[in-house]
Ligand binder design. Structure first.
Ligand code: ZN
Ligand code: ZN
Ligand code: ZN
Length: 123
């Protein structure tokens, strides 16, 4: 799951290490030993239909921004995490943890949230 482009529609296979990444930043984080190798032909995997396809990067046109298998429009304006620069991720992490805990409602967390609810009721 790419944390840089939240709405990534495709994975890209890096030509250098033949691994799948959602974006160049993901490659940089997972393969710090080498830079992403530039290539003229990219191999994509559509996240919607899970099929792979190739594109000539230099020849890419608007019409090519769709998955040839399911017509998923995969070139979107990237949705990036908000306030990434301002809070340096700390608030984002805390928010994500709270959301997950609320959904999971494990026994351990239930007591915490009960207390939380009690506190809210007492004002
Ligand atoms: Zn690589
Ligand atoms: Zn990424
Ligand atoms: Zn597709």
């Amino acid at each position: 799951m790419c944390k840089h482009i939240l709405n990534a529609q495709v994975s890209i296979r890096s030509p250098c290490c033949r691994q799948w990444f959602d974006c160049a930043l993901c490659h940089a984080e997972n393969q710090p030993s080498h830079p992403l190798q530039p290539t003229t032909e990219m191999v994509f995997a559509c996240k919607k239909c899970k099929k792979c396809f190739r594109k000539q990067v230099a020849e890419m046109e608007d019409a090519d921004e769709y998955c040839p298998h399911c017509d998923n429009h995969f070139v979107l304006e990237a949705v990036e995490p908000k306030a990434r620069l301002e809070v340096e991720g700390e608030d984002v992490r805390r928010d994500a943890r709270m959301l997950r805990d609320e959904r999971v409602k494990g026994k351990e967390m239930a007591s915490v949230w009960e207390d939380e609810g009690e506190a809210v009721r007492l004002g």
